[in-house]
Design a binder for this molecule. Structure first.
Ligand code: NAD
Length: 486
C-alpha cells in the first residue's frame, strides 16, 4: 500500500509514525493510500527548516516571488483535470464540482501573483513640518496551515500562495482524510522553481496540529474546519501568542419571499443544499419560505430533489456523490432518526442504502423544524435540508439570527427594499441575493461571523495581506536647513 510522504525542505520523507490511517475513495471504499499520523518531533523538524528558509526567502524580491506564482498558475492550468480527478477520488464530490474547486484555487493564485501591488505600504508626505510617515509591510515568518477535508485544493490555496508570495514560509497540515491533492500541489510548486523549505507538508492529525500551535517559530496559524476544533485552535494558538484566523462551521439560512422567481430559487437551493453532498461551509441548511408560496415551493423542491442523480463522482451524469466516510453516513442517519423522533416532518428520506459500496445519503428534506431540535441546532454537513414556513422577511431574519453560527445567508426576492433590509439586519458575513452559494471570490475576505469565525482578519482579500504581514512605520524628518541654497 502506497504511503503518503511528508514534504520537508524540498524532499519527500517517509514518516516514522507508528500509526497510519487509510485514505478511502468514499464512492468505492477502495483504499487509495495510507497517511501517517506524523509525530510532534517530525513537525518540529519541518518548522525548523521553514524557519531557516525564511531567512533567505524573505530577502528574495517580491517580483521574483510573484513570477514563481505565475509559473505555478500555468502548471495548475496544465494539470487542471488531474487535480480535479484527484479531488473526486479522495473526497467523492462530482467531477464538475471538483473542476470548480480547482478553478477557485487557481483564482487564489491569481490574487497572490499581484503581490507587488498588494504589499505596497502607505505614505503621508507631511505629518509635521518637514516630517513624513511611511508604512512598510514585511513577512512575519513561519505560517502554519490546518485544512479540512471538504476542499482539499481550494482551502490550502486560500492560505499558502498568499503567505509565501508575501515572503513567509509555510507548513501545511492537510486533512488526513484528503492528503493526496496537497502532495500534487507540492510537486507543482517545486516544478515552478520555489526554493526548498519555503513550502512544507507534514501529514497527520492532532499531534501535528498541537505541534504547530506550540512551536515558538510559528508566527501565525490559518485554520479551516469545524467549530469546536476551530475554537480550540484559536484559544490555544493565541494563548501561545500567535496570530490565529479560524474559519469554522456553518448553518446557513436562506429566505424565499413571495415575489421571488421560484424556478430560479429551486434550481439554486438544489445546488446549494445537495451539491458536494452538503459538505460545504456555504451549504444551504435551513430554508424559510413565505407562507403564500410555501406549498408550491415545497412540492417543486421535493420533485427536483427526487430527480437528482446519485453516484460515483467520476461518472459524467452524477450530481450527488458520497459523504466522506462511513462514520459521516452513520452520523447523518442518526440525525435523520433524531429529527423524526423530535417531531419534524420527513418529506424526503435519503437513508436508504443505494449501492453495495460507498457512503451515500440521498437528498433528505424535513419540514416543520423548530429551534429546539438537534437538526436545527447542529451543522449536519450532509445533504439534509430543513424547510419551514415563515410569515415574512422579519420573522425569517429573526430565526436565522437566533443561531450561533453565521457564515452565509441568502435571500430570494425582487424587492430592493427587502434586499436592503436583509443586508442591514442579518447576522452573517457572506450574503447571496438570488443565488445559492455566496462564496466570495478570492479578492474579497471570506467573512464568517459569530461562532463561524474566530479571529480578527479573515482569509483572502485585503484581510489576508494584513494577516500574513507586519508593518514598520518610519517617521522621518528632512530639515530644510540641510539643503544648500544656490
Ligand atoms: P475538522 O475540524 O474535523 O478538521 C479540520 C482540521 O483539524 C483537520 O486538519 C483535522 O486533522 C484537524 N483536527 C480535527 N480534530 C482535531 C482535534 N481534536 N485537535 C486538533 N486538530 C484536529 O473539520 P473537517 O471535518 O475536516 O471539515 C468540515 C468542517 O469544516 C465543517 O464544519 C465546515 O463547515 C468547516 N469548513 C469551514 C469553512 C469556512 O470557511 N468557514 C470552509 C470549509 C470547511
Amino acid at each position: 500500500m502506497a504511503r503518503v510522504k511528508n514534504f520537508v525542505g524540498g524532499r519527500w520523507l517517509e514518516s516514522t509514525a507508528t500509526f497510519h490511517e487509510p485514505v478511502y475513495n468514499p464512492a468505492t471504499e477502495e483504499i487509495l493510500a495510507e497517511v501517517p499520523h506524523s509525530t510532534q518531533s517530525e513537525l518540529e523538524a519541518a518548522v525548523d527548516i521553514a524557519e531557516e528558509s525564511f531567512k533567505s526567502w524573505a530577502q528574495v524580491d517580491v517580483l521574483k516571488r510573484a513570477r514563481i506564482m505565475f509559473t505555478f498558475h500555468e502548471l495548475l492550468i496544465r494539470d487542471k483535470k488531474i487535480l480535479a480527478e484527484l479531488i473526486t477520488k479522495e473526497n467523492g464530490k462530482a467531477l464538475a464540482e471538483a473542476l470548480g474547486e480547482v478553478q477557485r484555487g487557481i483564482e487564489s493564485v491569481e490574487f497572490a501573483a499581484a503581490a507587488p501591488s498588494l504589499m505596497m505600504g502607505e505614505t503621508l508626505s507631511a505629518v509635521a513640518t518637514d516630517v513624513e510617515a511611511i508604512n512598510y509591510k514585511y513577512p512575519i515568518g513561519v505560517v502554519g496551515g490546518i485544512a479540512p477535508f471538504n476542499f482539499p485544493m481550494m482551502v490550502p490555496c486560500w492560505m499558502f500562495p498568499l503567505a509565501i508570495v508575501l515572503g513567509n514560509t509555510f507548513v501545511l497540515k492537510p486533512s488526513e482524510k484528503t492528503p493526496l491533492l496537497a502532495a500534487h500541489l507540492a510537486t507543482l510548486l517545486q516544478e515552478a522553481g520555489l526554493p526548498d523549505g519555503v513550502f512544507n507538508i507534514v501529514n497527520g492529525a492532532h499531534d501535528v496540529v498541537n505541534g504547530l500551535l506550540e512551536h515558538r517559530a510559528v508566527k501565525a496559524i490559518s485554520f479551516v474546519g469545524s467549530q469546536k476544533v476551530g475554537e480550540y485552535v484559536y484559544k490555544t494558538g493565541t494563548a501561545n501568542l500567535k496570530r490565529v484566523q479560524a474559519l469554522t462551521g456553518a448553518k446557513n439560512h436562506t429566505l424565499i419571499l413571495k415575489d421571488a422567481n421560484i424556478e430560479n430559487a429551486i434550481k439554486n437551493v438544489i445546488t446549494a443544499a445537495f451539491g458536494s453532498a452538503g459538505e460545504r461551509c456555504m451549504a444551504a441548511a435551513v430554508i424559510g419560505v413565505e407562507e403564500e408560496i410555501y406549498d408550491e415551493f415545497i412540492d417543486k423542491l421535493v420533485r427536483a430533489a427526487q430527480n437528482i442523480k446519485i453516484g460515483n463522482g467520476m461518472d459524467k451524469d452524477t450530481f450527488l456523490g458520497p459523504l466522506i466516510r462511513k462514520e459521516s453516513r452513520m452520523r447523518t442517519v442518526n440525525y435523520i432518526n433524531k429529527g423524526v423522533e423530535e417531531g419534524a416532518v420527513l418529506r424526503l428520506d435519503g437513508r436508504e442504502q443505494h449501492f453495495d459500496k460507498g457512503y451515500f445519503i440521498a437528498p433528505t428534506i424535513f419540514e416543520n423544524v423548530t429551534q429546539d431540535m438537534m437538526i436545527w441546532k447542529d451543522e449536519i454537513f450532509a445533504p439534509v435540508l430543513s424547510v419551514n414556513k415563515i410569515k415574512g422577511l422579519r420573522e425569517g431574519i429573526e430565526l436565522a439570527n437566533s443561531h450561533t453560527l453565521a457564515n452565509g445567508a441568502c435571500l430570494y426576492t425582487n424587492n430592493a427594499s427587502a434586499i436592503r433590509y436583509f443586508r442591514e439586519n442579518i447576522d452573517a458575513g457572506m450574503l447571496g441575493i438570488n443565488l445559492g452559494v455566496p462564496a466570495p471570490v478570492s479578492f474579497f475576505a471570506f467573512s464568517g461571523w459569530k461562532d463561524s469565525f474566530y479571529g480578527d482578519l479573515h482569509a483572502n482579500g485585503k484581510d489576508a495581506i494584513e494577516f500574513y504581514t507586519h508593518r514598520k512605520v518610519v517617521t522621518a524628518r528632512f530639515p530644510k536647513e540641510d539643503i544648500s541654497h544656490g
